[in-house]
Design a protein around this ligand. Structure first.
Ligand code: ADP
Length: 834
């Protein structure tokens, strides 16, 4: 039997019994005998078969460990060492057969002793455990797989970053196929059109960068297409598949040959992203791989959906937080109070602001609703508020009411309350929660605007009334003037009639001029353009002048007139003309507002450093309520009989303003209607009451001297009537007058006539007054001529313009005879001789 043992070039095998030999051969495993050095001595037939060894001679005598893969060798040496010590050497290791079939072996090594116990060699029995090993590995892979899946879910629940969770899933996928493929997760962005990298830890970064932002579509690689079609896309060979047309090169550069992508779908079926698997060779996934990867895709869906929900929740929470903070801020600012009215219990609870407003002690939780309303809501508003509450409850409408609320300090505040009733499922009204806003400031502003509008309306009304009065007052004198003209035409040469009509017409014209002068003066004062020519003056001649001007009206009323002027000197700093205007205005009013045959008195006396001038009449008087406003513009007292005398209501306003400009004042008093009035003027007296030297500037004082003198005058006006009437007036005063109706004619007459004085109209066609004046001023031998502009325009800039053109004076039409005479009187004496 020993000879049967396969031995070639080896020492004689130890004697073995027949049964041992049989046993050796009959073993289903691979049984080998090794010498003391571990070299192969023999192998049973079954062993050669499972190891796929055709010819044992090829391996006989070789060191047994050398036949194993490098990594298994330490285990073999270990086992041999154990056997050498008399123990059992045991290990499991991988080793392909002679023909390369991969196999796992369970190997046991035992020592072989001779009868004396000496070590002869080793017996090694290797059992093929490949199938078992695969089972074990499969189980390990499955465990590892579910471990990975579980970890991802745990991470998701624990709130780990999404990238981290997806990385775990991707790693699990790659580990499951033992690195045979690379995986990635792409996420669909909010627009639902673009994919962004979610996790791709083992794909080249350059590839990930290129894919990031990929637009989904019907031919957008595996992922873009899968997301677009909402179904898995398998691309067996990227090199030829049309879906990869646009990305082929990119894939090839990174050695990606085959790709399989799953859409990740939410529970509602919307696409969340894609889970892709790449191979480095064209191939299809195995059935097992497909199943495993589907599990991961599903897990990714859970994770992503959860993440999305969490994001939405946190946004909602943030919004809620913001709203809460805003509400708290509003409440803290005290702008809004909140309350709840328990309808069934008739109780109100409110926040701090509410209690503050309603004066409820902070510690008191609730208050009786009806009692609270009755105590705090303005009695006029109470019923309306109750009705609004009832209506809101019954009609299921929003509640809103604006009312006045009595506060702790006893004042009322305007508030607006708004709320909405809540009902039980059966429709029973339960509570009415709401807010309360303090709108007092807003109300006040509204009130101001309203009253402002009523001020504006009043002003408008007065203006309209004034314009009507003005039109009326200007028309009144026109009727007698027109009649007068007619009478003059009919009267022919009847001198007596002409004289009478002439007197009437000149009175009416004077009246009109007076009205217009007043208006112009007011306008000048308003625009700050009036200038006073202040002088140190004795008041007495001014009083005399005012009386003279008012006498015609006083006489027309047949009033009894008395004057009491103190003997003392009354020296003031004043504009003589304006002061005379003030006093004559008061005297005229006294004459106007006193029925015929009344009494008028003017008293002037010194009171300390003031002069007090009173104009007293026994006329219609002024009702006490009108006394305060009588000096306002357009103020006219409405008497039962209507206006006794015409007027514009600006005379007294002018009086008061002119006096103010003089540093003085005017006041009115009256015991009442029908009992006469007293107007009192006060003016400061100058400290030195020495009489001034001359009174030349006082109107009327020089008239007598000048009467006998005559000068050469040129009147230029394109309005023939105006020119001729002025010329006639001047001729009647013995002056030598020539008339021109246009500029050239005027220049010619200037040479021929050599006037001392020229009255020159400004607004003329062809050559205007400015031009004529400038030309005259350019004549070398006409430097002495006095140029007077006579125009309808009396504004400041008109005066400035005429001055610039070379005029010496500027008069507004119609110039009074008095003014004209004063002007002539002011010419240097030598020029006054004709
Ligand atoms: P006018 O006389 O043009 O109406 P005034 O400004 O001079 O305007 O006067 C304003 C109003 O004051 C007059 O309309 C008149 O009602 C009242 N008034 C002025 N003077 C007297 C007075 N002496 N007696 C009674 N009322 C007067």
């Amino acid at each position: 039997m020993r000879n049967d043992v396969p031995t070639a070039a080896v020492p004689a095998p130890p004697p073995v019994s027949l049964s041992v030999d049989l046993l050796f051969e009959s073993s289903p495993d691979c049984a080998k005998v090794l010498d003391l050095d571990g070299k192969l001595q023999s192998m049973n037939q079954n062993g050669r078969c499972v190891m796929e060894i055709d010819d044992f001679n090829n391996v006989c005598g070789l060191a047994w460990p050398d036949l194993w893969p490098e990594e298994a060798r330490p285990k073999l040496h270990d086992a041999l060492e154990k056997a050498r010590r008399g123990e059992l050497g045991h290990f499991v290791a991988f080793c392909p057969t002679a023909k390369g079939t991969p196999k796992w072996w369970d190997v046991r090594v035992t020592p072989i002793h001779d009868r004396d116990g000496g070590l002869q060699g080793f017996l090694s029995v290797s059992r093929d455990v490949t199938a078992l090993q695969q089972l074990i590995r499969e189980r390990q892979r499955t465990e590892m797989f579910s471990e990975g899946q579980k970890r991802a879910l745990e991470q998701a629940v624990a709130g780990s970053a999404l990238g981290e969770v997806l990385n775990t899933l991707v790693n699990t996928a790659e580990a499951y196929v033992e690195g045979a493929m690379r995986a990635s997760v792409l996420l669909l962005d909010r627009s639902g059109r673009y994919l962004q990298t979610g996790a791709a830890p083992s794909l080249p970064q350059a590839y990930n960068n290129a894919i990031d932002g990929l637009q989904i579509g019907p031919a957008a690689g595996s992922c873009g297409t899968a997301a677009f079609l909402k179904k898995p896309v398998f691309v067996h060979d990227i090199g030829t598949d049309p879906l990869w047309e646009a990305f082929r090169e990119l894939a090839e550069v990174h050695d990606l040959k085959s790709c399989w992508s799953h859409p990740i779908l939410s529970s509602k079926g919307s696409v969340l992203g894609t889970f892709a698997f790449y191979y480095q060779e064209p191939r299809h996934p195995t059935e097992l791989e497909t199943q495993a990867m589907q599990v991961l895709v599903h897990t990714a869906a859970l994770v992503l959906e959860r993440h999305q929900e969490a994001q939405e929740r946190s946004m909602a929470e943030q919004a809620l937080d913001d709203a809460r903070m805003r509400l708290e801020a509003t409440l803290a600012a005290g702008e809004v109070a909140t309350w709840i009215y328990d309808i069934r219990g008739n109780q109100v609870t409110g926040d701090r602001n509410f209690k503050e407003l309603f004066g409820i002690p902070a510690g008191q939780p609730t208050e009786d609703h009806d009692a609270l309303c009755a105590r705090t809501i303005h009695p006029e508003d109470l019923e309306r508020v109750h009705a609004a509450v009832r209506q809101a409850i019954e009609n299921k409408e929003a509640f809103e009411a604006t009312y006045r609320l009595l506060t702790k300090d006893g004042s009322y505040r305007h508030v607006i309350a708004r709320g909405k009733v809540q009902y039980s499922d059966e429709g029973t009204p339960l509570v009415l929660p709401g807010v309360l806003l303090d709108i007092t400031t807003q109300k006040q502003a509204e009130e101001e605007i309203r009253s402002y509008a009523v001020r504006l309306a009043e002003i408008n009304h007065r203006k309209t009334e004034f314009l009507a009065t003005l039109a009326h007052e200007l028309r009144n004198p026109l009727a007698p003037i027109r009649n007068g003209l007619e009478v003059l035409r009919l009267a022919g040469s009847n001198a007596a009639t002409a004289e009478r009509v002439h007197g009437m017409m000149s009175r009416q014209v004077n009246h009109m001029v007076h009205l217009i002068d007043d208006l112009l003066d007011i306008a000048r004062i308003d625009s700050g353009k009036i200038e006073l020519r202040m002088d140190r003056l004795d008041l007495k001649p001014i009083i005399a002048s005012a009386i003279e001007a008012s006498m015609p009206l006083i006489e027309a009323g047949r009033h009894q007139f008395e004057v009491e002027v103190s003997d003392q000197a009354l020296i003031v700093n004043a504009d003589a003309t304006r002061l005379a205007q003030v006093l004559s205005n008061l005297l005229t009013n006294a004459a106007k507002y006193t029925p015929e045959r009344g009494q008028i008195r003017l008293v002037a006396r010194r009171e300390e450093d003031e002069v007090v001038i009173c104009v007293v009449d026994t006329g219609i008087g002024i009702p006490p309520q009108a006394l305060g406003s009588i000096f306002e513009m357009f103020a006219q007292v409405k008497h039962g009989l209507g206006r006794a005398q015409g007027g514009l209501g600006i005379g007294l306003s002018l009086v008061s303003r002119l006096l103010q400009m003089h540093g003085g004042s005017v006041s009115a008093s009256s015991p009442g209607e029908g009992h006469g009035s007293t107007f009192t003027v006060r003016l400061p007296l100058v400290a030195n009451q020495q009489a001034p030297n001359a009174f030349e500037s006082v109107p009327g004082t020089e008239r007598r001297q000048q009467d006998r003198r005559s000068v050469r005058i040129l009147v230029v006006d394109d309005n023939q009537d105006a020119a001729e009437s002025l010329a006639a007036l001047l001729r009647a005063r013995h002056h030598i007058v020539e008339v021109a109706h246009e500029g050239q004619q005027a220049l010619r007459l200037l040479q021929a006539h050599d006037p001392h004085l020229v009255f020159l109209d400004i607004g003329m066609p062809v050559m205007d007054g400015y031009e004529v004046a400038s030309r005259i001023r350019r004549m070398p031998d006409r430097g002495h001529v006095r140029l007077v502009a006579l125009t309808g325009w009396g504004a400041e800039h008109d005066r400035a313009n005429s001055k610039k053109a070379g005029f010496d004076e500027h008069l507004t039409k119609p110039a009074s005879l008095e003014t004209v005479e004063r002007l002539i009187a002011s010419l240097p004496l030598e020029t006054r001789r004709a």
